[in-house]
Ligand binder design. Structure first.
Ligand SMILES: Cc1ccc(Cc2cc(O)c(O)c(C(=O)NC/C=C/[C@H]3O[C@@H](n4cnc5c(N)ncnc54)[C@H](O)[C@@H]3O)c2)cc1
Ligand SMILES: [Mg+2]
Length: 214
């Protein structure tokens, strides 16, 4: 039977990346996407912006919406201090299965909890079922029409505190117009756009960093 792109991406990681070395896993996936097959990972250019936001936030509790193959999961987890943890949500079981293997190959599995399910169902369970108080950082990279409803849901569930950071991928391409309008015009957020490019291309894209003001 035909393999899928995520399966081929995992194969490249297991063949070329050094076990337990997150940077090696990231480099292998970026090389695979440049030389073999494009895949919707945040990539190395926007990834460097992600790295700088993670390190300056120095988060204890991180939420990622949309794991896909685990590229940004590994990238974020590799920068977290020992006691910090990253919860990542993925509703496609095939992607989740691949991501778990990528995360384990990188050796960051102790900092990551991959939960299979839809963000709309799981966000309301974060406090009671996952023992979360609030998130210091949220990375949004799932279906683009879910960014706004899930942000409002996180507000309603009391998962954001004064100073919580939302970092959203693809605010230009594919684009998240309703989300951008909300975080840029709501008095509850201080927003900043980081201009970049769609992963592995010269097309403009960017990340939007929004600080929740309480
Ligand atoms: C026109 C066009 C097309 C594609 C691109 C290129 C491009 C570039 C990018 O960086 C992109 O992030 C994307 C993109 O579409 N990302 C969607 C990513 C989804 C992943 O998240 C999962 N998921 C989706 N909704 C949920 C949800 N509620 N709860 C839990 N998991 C969810 C899915 O199962 C996938 O694992 C596309 C650019 C322009
Ligand atoms: Mg993306």
């Amino acid at each position: 039977t035909q393999s899928t792109r995520p399966q081929r991406l995992l194969g490249a990681v297991q063949k070329k990346a050094t076990r337990g070395n997150p940077r090696s896993v990231i480099q292998t996936i970026d090389q695979f996407c440049r030389q073999r097959e494009w895949a919707m990972n945040v990539g190395d250019e926007k990834g460097c912006i992600l790295d700088s936001v993670v390190t300056e936030t120095n988060p204890t509790t991180v939420l990622e919406l949309g794991t896909y193959c685990g590229y940004s999961t590994v990238r974020i987890a590799s920068l977290l201090p020992p006691q910090a943890r990253l919860i990542t949500l993925e509703f496609n079981p095939d992607f989740a299965r691949i991501a778990r293997q990528v995360i384990t190959w990188a050796g960051v599995q102790d900092k990551v909890e991959l939960v299979e399910g839809a963000s709309g169902d799981l966000i309301p369970k974060m406090k009671a079922q996952f023992g979360v108080n609030t998130f210091d950082l949220v990375f949004l990279d799932h279906w683009k029409d879910r960014y706004l409803p899930d942000t409002k849901l996180m507000e309603e569930c009391g998962l954001l505190k004064k100073g919580s950071i939302l970092l959203a991928d693809n605010v230009i391409c594919p684009g998240t117009p309703d989300y951008l309008e909300y975080v840029r015009n709501s008095p509850r957020y201080q927003s900043q756009y980081f201009k970049s490019h769609l992963e592995y291309t010269k097309v403009e894209d960017g990340l939007e960093k929004s600080v929740f003001l309480g």
